[in-house]
Ligand binder design. Structure first.
Ligand SMILES: [Zn+2]
Length: 295
């Protein structure tokens, strides 16, 4: 795996090195077919916009493929509205079609309203947002006619999640995560992570050197205290032992491979309320929305 070498390269060579790294990752995990319609989940942050710019560039070498953007408007005033505008500006600059879906239209509630209703609840705003966003992306991906949904999870995100799953003792999630998952035939648009071997700092630097406008303020509801602690710990380890993040990533891949055969296949059904795929009678999102209606 190519290591970070941003300090030693000029802007143009650095940008090309990241684009090449993404091409290699896509090839290594066979993420796309030559004629895929790829929907990039674009939030308006640096990672998703860097990914959109890179995939729009790579797609030019594959005339039968196309790239579009999907944006979820969670309804967070003073935050998401600005991000949606920035995402739209980037899509216009690249000539990429954009599909937007909102929590309000899908679930009756904005994230602001959900936070207002769940102040004393057990779940954090991030827990609601994660489940509702995942379903929204799937719906938006289908609406856009996409074969794949590309998300901008970086190597940092991947190893943080791995640590969190270890902390919570969740072997199923470790075995089922990865750069390419959710088979289309189950009702999910297949999701891929072309940035899974790109460091967060490389993704940020790419946005800067390419003059990509992005939203810099963090989400006002972000309360992922444990993930932030894991993030700081991993950054500290990397500073003390350069290359440590890649070492952890490689170990995670080995552990995941070793665990794959031990995980039972889940038979998916369709949710009684919304028809989306689910392991139970109702999908997690519908359980949450029912709970909100009763609050
Ligand atoms: Zn449902």
């Amino acid at each position: 795996m190519r290591q970070y070498s941003g300090e030693k390269l000029c802007r143009k060579c650095f940008a090309e090195s990241i684009e090449e790294k993404v091409r290699v990752t896509i090839g290594k995990y066979k993420m796309f077919e030559v004629d895929d319609k790829i929907a990039v989940a674009v939030s308006g942050g640096k990672d998703s916009l860097s990914l959109l710019h890179i995939l729009a560039r790579i797609e030019k070498d594959f005339p039968k493929s196309s790239t579009c953007a999907i944006t979820v408007d969670e309804g967070i005033s003073g935050y998401r509205d600005e991000a949606v505008r920035i995402a739209a500006k980037n899509c216009a600059r690249l000539g990429v079609e954009q599909t937007t879906v909102s929590f309000k239209e899908l679930y009756e509630y904005t994230m602001d309203e959900i936070v207002g209703k769940t102040q004393d609840g057990k779940l954090t705003p991030c827990a609601y947002c994660g489940v509702l966003r995942r379903k929204a992306l799937n719906i938006a991906g289908r609406k856009a006619g996409a074969d794949k949904i590309a998300t901008a999870h970086t190597l940092d995100d991947e190893i943080q999640t791995f640590f969190l799953n270890v902390i919570h003792g969740d072997p199923l999630r470790i075995a089922r995560s990865g750069p390419k998952y959710d088979q289309a035939e189950t009702g999910f648009v297949q999701r891929v992570k072309p940035f899974c071997e790109v460091l967060e700092r490389e993704s940020a630097l790419y946005a800067y050197v390419k003059d990509i406008p992005f939203q810099e303020i963090p989400c006002p509801y972000s309360r992922e205290a444990l993930r932030n602690d894991v993030r700081h710990t991993l950054n500290r380890l990397e500073r003390k032992h350069p290359g440590m993040k890649y070492t952890i990533y490689s170990s995670m891949v080995k552990i995941r491979e070793a665990m794959k055969g031990t995980v039972e296949e889940i038979t998916l059904k369709t949710c009684e309320d919304c028809g989306e795929p689910t392991a139970g009678t109702l999908c997690q999102a519908c359980i949450m929305v029912r709970g909100l209606r009763d609050t």
